[in-house]
Ligand binder design. Structure first.
Ligand SMILES: *[C@@H]1O[C@H](CO)[C@@H](O)[C@H](O)[C@H]1NC(C)=O
Ligand SMILES: *[C@@H]1O[C@H](CO)[C@@H](O)[C@H](O)[C@H]1NC(C)=O
Ligand SMILES: *[C@@H]1O[C@H](CO)[C@@H](O)[C@H](O)[C@H]1NC(C)=O
Ligand SMILES: *[C@@H]1O[C@H](CO)[C@@H](O)[C@H](O)[C@H]1NC(C)=O
Ligand SMILES: *[C@@H]1O[C@H](CO)[C@@H](O)[C@H](O)[C@H]1NC(C)=O
Length: 416
């Protein structure tokens, strides 16, 4: 699983890089905003563009992409607060391209459900792409249904390194001060939400659901972003519930329930050149249920980048039957992707695990697998009480090259 995930990230990153390579800087784009905005003029008037008045049909069959893209152009092209209304109903769409900058601030009111077409030929990259938009709000009780079930079979990333990446559901690129609240993301073809180069994002009361065996259906991936808060959110998918990639700073995750899935992960770190540091990550008041990892930090053994992950704080985390409840893995090195030469260039320091309780599905409740050349430093273990449920073995910690202090932990879990 880790291997697949890895390969996928490699290609995803290439795709993202390619996608951004020819993109003008945000400033350049702003100057072109006026001519780029092309209001359709057909909106229902006022400050609201209602897709049902622009030709969308909520019958689950009629392609409503044009109505949605037109509604976006209208809402984005007007000054002041604007609403793009998606009323109750099931609207089938192909790729949606919501690009800014916008003249005012746009709220997407999602009361109905959007269904992403299963005709893969229609997608260039992702399903719903939101680009260069400030003060965006996406809210409502509706659902973004990626309809992945019908296409997961065509995900060959487990077998093929050079695989085609299926469309991510909701992609936020260069979105500042945005909010996503209340909505459900269901059965994405690939990642459910990808947050890239965003500053100031609130993701609140969101539900993300896909089967535990669906391939690469990460809940929320964050990369090169700062001040992102995820709160009151329930995620159960076939891959990481939340993954925090390079360049992420000031990320707060609270009140998240995760499972099934691969847990809440920082990483993978160090795979690509020029990765930026990860710092100020707070994960608090979260529950992990039957996941393969609980809280995980992973980096490549022979990292391409020299970078530091620091000030990672995990507090009040409840584990229910988690396979690797607490894990730092600096020896991540799936075959063929890296060499096991132990020359890590990733530094991991100032990590606090505080009040981590519950049950482990394997004897090794704590694994701190740090590199001999770059040990993990400043690791604080405070009140870690996670017990192996089985009767054939005892609870244990595996501690390699980690330095720090422990207080109030189960004695078999204290690495120091
Ligand atoms: C989205 O729209 C913007 C602006 O109209 C355009 O520059 C960009 O190429 C489009 N992206 C895709 C994936 O179609
Ligand atoms: C985002 O919000 C912060 C705090 O309110 C503000 O300082 C910043 O200018 C805003 N950024 C944008 C791009 O609107
Ligand atoms: C994240 O939480 C920390 C600690 O509670 C707080 O100091 C910080 O302001 C929060 N950051 C954001 C972006 O909300
Ligand atoms: C420890 O965390 C659990 C939730 O995982 C919480 O219910 C409990 O109150 C916390 N204990 C302390 C002392 O904060
Ligand atoms: C207990 O678990 C450890 C670590 O997984 C393993 O090495 C060992 O063989 C196990 N012992 C028994 C008796 O199963």
């Amino acid at each position: 699983m880790a291997l697949n995930n890895l390969r996928v990230f490699f290609f995803l990153a290439m795709v993202v890089c390619a996608a951004h390579a020819g993109k003008p800087a945000p400033k350049g784009k702003e100057e072109k905003a006026d001519s780029a905005a092309a209001p359709s003029g057909a909106a229902g008037g006022g400050d609201s563009s209602d897709i049902s008045k622009l030709g969308a049909k909520g019958d689950g069959k009629t392609d409503s992409s044009k109505a949605l893209n037109d509604a976006w152009a209208t809402a984005c092209g007007k000054e002041g607060p604007q609403t793009l209304m998606i009323p109750k109903g099931d609207y089938l769409t192909g790729p949606l391209n919501f690009t800014g900058p916008c003249k005012g601030s746009v709220t997407i009111q999602l009361d109905g459900n959007l269904l992403g077409t299963t005709d893969l030929g229609q997608y260039k990259r992702n399903w719903i792409e939101i680009n260069h938009v400030d003060n965006l709000v996406i809210t409502g009780k509706g659902t973004l249904d990626g309809q992945g079930k019908q296409v997961w079979d065509s995900n060959k990333c487990a077998q093929k390194y050079d695989c085609k990446i299926l469309p991510n559901s909701l992609v936020l690129d260069y979105v500042n001060n945005g909010t996503v609240s209340g909505i459900t993301l269901l059965n994405a073809k690939f990642f459910h939400m990808n947050v890239f180069q965003c500053k100031g994002m609130m993701i609140k009361d969101v539900t993300i659901t896909a089967p535990g065996d669906s391939p690469n259906t990460d809940g929320i991936h964050i990369g090169d972003s700062s001040k992102v808060t995820i709160t009151g959110t329930t995620i159960g998918t076939g891959d990481d519930c939340i993954s925090i990639g390079p360049g992420s700073t000031e990320i707060n995750i609270t009140g998240v329930t995760c499972g099934p899935g691969h847990g809440i992960s920082v990483g993978s770190l160090g795979r690509y050149k020029d990765e930026k540091d990860v710092t100020d990550i707070n994960v608090k008041d979260c529950t992990l249920k039957k996941t393969s990892n609980g809280v995980r930090i992973k980096s490549y053994e022979d990292a391409a980048s020299k970078l530091t992950a620091s000030k990672l704080h995990y507090e009040n985390i409840a584990m229910e039957d988690v396979q690797n409840p607490v894990i730092i893995d600096m020896k991540y090195c799936p075959n063929k992707i890296c060499t096991k030469n132990g020359a890590s260039k990733v530094t991991i320091k100032d990590v606090t695990f505080k009040n981590i309780t519950g049950t482990s599905a394997t004897p090794e409740a704590v694994s701190l697998l740090c590199s001999d050349k770059l040990p993990c430093t400043g690791v604080t273990m405070d009140n870690i009480k996670v017990e192996y449920k089985g009767t054939n073995n005892k609870t244990m910690a595996v501690c390699q090259n980690a330095k720090g202090s422990a207080t109030g932990c189960l004695k078999e879990l204290a690495c120091f």
